[in-house]
Design a protein around this ligand. Structure first.
Ligand SMILES: [Zn+2]
Length: 51
């Protein structure tokens, strides 16, 4: 189970269909988990911890 903060629900929710994506942040590739909020369908993001 993956938790993420939903800005619409203003609460932590369980991410639906989490997908790992890589985005460049200021030239550094960072891994994110992208999914949707199960309550309202808003896209939610979570930064993966660095390894
Ligand atoms: Zn939500």
């Amino acid at each position: 189970m993956t938790e993420a903060y939903c800005v619409k629900c203003k609460a932590k929710v369980e991410m639906k269909n989490p997908q790992e994506v890589t985005k460049d942040v200021k030239g550094n590739p960072r891994k994110f988990l992208k999914g949707t909020c199960p309550n309202c369908g808003t896209q939610v993001w979570r930064v993966m911890p660095k390894k």
